[in-house]
Design a protein around this ligand. Structure first.
Ligand SMILES: NC(=O)c1ccc[n+]([C@@H]2O[C@H](COP(=O)([O-])OP(=O)(O)OC[C@H]3O[C@@H](n4cnc5c(N)ncnc54)[C@H](O)[C@@H]3O)[C@@H](O)[C@H]2O)c1
Length: 428
């Protein structure tokens, strides 16, 4: 059964710098013959920034935005240079210079997309807001309470809106999962969580100096599997459970972190989050999978189960003897922010204010120790840059943790127990 839905609004705050709810006069771009679309700058054009660059090209072609400036410490080459050329987008090697300049005589930037490493997000986000721009900030928006407070403070002072790049929040599928949980459509009791089984090789961990780091030159990076590549998993659970609105609190967070790579953070981990009201969810993930499986938000109830592979927009549901798949639309977070700041829409799928409990969770994750997995459970596949560790039995452990709501050591997963014992023995 195929259906098309848009998800339900989860925010209705308006941050227009013009009168709330009315289209802003983009006076600075009103020259005759010149596009009046908002002027957008992008920080970070490689890595995930390349995805934003393509989206800005699409929005520019549609007349929705003008990508007038970009900044990266690495000069544009290849595909990046070609796209910037087509867009007439000016390159800056210094992002502060980009914010100071008025590219192409367009006046200040109206929106800045930040796709830089996480430890740079706060300085860049605050500066962009102070320069008069609204911000689309990549996930994780911040990794500490302190940085979260600084960004919220800048929003309050400047009136800027900040949308966080958890792109699956733009999917109607999230609203459907939220409904399944809120209405107990699969029966009571109901449990949920996310399984994530990816493989990451040496090239991934060596692509940038911040990869796999907890701290870099004094800055909190916290690039663990739970906080960065699978950040979407926890955020989607919090939103699905209605535990992300401003003022929400978590009742408890229990964490286990393991590493098979020579890194400072976890490449494999699980977290059990207790919500106010008694519900819990478990997120269990690895970057050392035996077999890759896309991350899935799974729901189990007394009368059925459901799964949302959150990189896509379908929810598969089984209830009694019936099973079916529902399809949903997905909003572009950049387009949504453009509509929001222009007063054409009063909702954002992932406003920064909804990330408070996510940041609480990240703080709890990083307060937990990282256990090295003893070598006898780790094999290696591939060679050179494609070499990667494979953790024996991790796929089954990830699935069982989420299904049973238990952490790896509680399941008696041998490498989890041995890794913890090894540390306890060393401490004696
Ligand atoms: N939403 C998603 O699905 C998704 C996927 C991947 C990454 N991300 C996020 O995107 C962000 C970037 O991650 P990545 O993996 O692409 O990182 P990366 O290190 O591969 O790329 C970051 C880019 O920022 C540039 N950069 C670094 N320092 C800079 C500076 N001081 N000034 C200007 N540019 C600078 C780099 O040259 C590079 O082009 C992170 O927050 C990450 O979590 C999101």
């Amino acid at each position: 059964m195929g259906q098309a839905h848009l998800n339900q609004p989860i925010a209705s705050v308006c941050y227009c710098r013009g009168r709330a709810g009315t289209p802003v006069e983009w006076a600075s771009w009103g020259r005759e013959g010149v596009s009046t679309a908002p002027a957008v700058g992008l920080i970070g054009i490689y890595g995930h920034g390349a995805v934003h660059l393509r989206e800005l090209e699409r929005l520019s072609a549609a007349g929705r935005a003008r990508a007038v400036a970009c900044a990266d410490v690495r000069a544009p080459a290849g595909e990046q240079a070609a796209v910037l050329g087509r867009l007439g987008c000016r390159y800056f090697s210094d992002w502060r210079e980009m914010l100071r300049a008025a590219p192409a005589g367009a006046g200040p930037l109206d929106m800045v997309v930040i796709a830089s490493p996480p430890h740079l997000h706060t300085d860049m986000g605050v500066a962009a807001m102070q320069a008069g721009a609204h911000v689309l900030l990549e996930k994780p928006p911040v990794v500490t309470h302190r940085d979260f407070g600084q960004l919220l403070g800048a929003m309050a002072r400047t009136g800027a809106a900040c949308q966080v790049g958890f792109q699956s929040t733009g999917s109607g599928a999230l609203g459907r999962v939220r409904q399944l949980l809120a209405k107990a459509e699969l029966g009571d009791p109901c449990s949920f969580g996310v399984t994530g089984r990816w493989q990451r090789d040496r090239a991934y961990w060596t692509r940038a100096e911040w990869a796999g780091r907890a701290v870099l030159r004094g800055a909190q990076v916290r690039d663990g599997a739970l906080s960065n590549p699978f950040a979407h998993a926890s955020m989607n659970c919090l939103l699905a459970a209605g535990a992300a609105e401003p003022g929400s609190q978590l009742a408890g967070v229990e964490v286990e972190r393991y590493r098979a790579n020579a890194i400072e953070v976890e490449d494999t981990g699980c977290v059990r989050v207790s919500l106010v009201g008694g519900a819990t969810f478990v997120v269990a993930v690895t970057l050392c999978a035996e077999v890759v499986e896309r991350p899935v938000l799974r729901v189990w109830g007394a009368s059925g189960q459901a799964g949302w592979p959150y990189e896509g927009d379908t929810v598969s549901i089984e209830r009694g003897q019936r099973s079916w798949t529902e399809s949903f639309a997905r909003r572009s977070l950049a387009e949504e922010l453009l509509d929001f700041i222009a007063g054409r829409s009063s909702r954002l799928s992932c406003p920064l204010e909804h990330c408070g409990t996510f940041v609480d969770l990240l703080e709890a994750v990083h307060a937990a120790p990282v256990y090295g997995v003893p070598g006898r459970w780790v094999s290696h596949a591939g060679t050179g840059d494609a070499e990667r560790p494979v953790l024996a039995g991790v796929d089954a452990a990830v699935d069982a943790a989420v299904r049973e709501g238990r952490l790896f050591s509680e399941l008696g997963v041998p490498w989890a127990v041995a890794a913890q014992d090894q540390v306890r023995t060393a401490e004696k």
